[in-house]
Design a protein around this ligand. Structure first.
Ligand SMILES: N=c1c2ncn([C@@H]3O[C@H](COP(=O)(O)OP(=O)(O)OP(=O)(O)O)[C@@H](O)[C@H]3O)c2ncn1[C@@H]1O[C@H](COP(=O)(O)O)[C@@H](O)[C@H]1O
Length: 105
């Protein structure tokens, strides 16, 4: 099992945990909107480090982003594997070709 799968399983288990017993359970108890907001904050912190060019801080902020992304998915009951399968589906397909094939709205 990959570290992302292990973390996603831990986060899933926290859905039924006491919010006083874990940070994840506390965040999930605040609802999907708060989880999404927290993901946005962490993403901005990572962007700041990327713009500054601080590779060490970008690494730790990147870990925060991945963790909070998994919490956001769990809050909306989207399995990590669904996202990974979507990535797998795109593999070998040029981003330019994929964009051109999108339906126009
Ligand atoms: N990877 C993480 C992880 N990354 C970040 N964080 C927490 O996310 C929080 C974000 O920090 P912030 O300073 O942005 O938040 P804050 O200021 O405390 O909160 P706000 O006032 O902004 O709402 C911190 O409390 C971090 O400890 C994480 N908490 C948990 N995990 C993983 O989740 C597992 C389960 O954790 P618990 O649910 O706490 O048992 C852990 O074993 C880890 O593997």
């Amino acid at each position: 099992m990959s570290i992302l799968h292990e973390l996603a399983a831990t986060i899933d288990a926290r859905k039924s945990a006491d919010p006083d017993s874990s940070w994840t359970a506390k965040l999930l108890a605040k609802g999907p909107e708060k989880c999404a907001e927290k993901f946005g904050e962490e993403a901005i912190e990572a962007i700041i480090e990327a713009v500054k060019g601080d590779r060490s801080k970008l690494t730790t902020e990147g870990a925060d982003v991945l963790y909070h992304f998994l919490v956001m998915l769990a809050a909306r009951d989207v399995p990590l594997d669904d996202v990974l399968n979507e990535l797998a589906r795109r593999q070998g397909l040029s981003g330019l070709v994929e964009k051109a094939a999108r339906p126009t709205s």
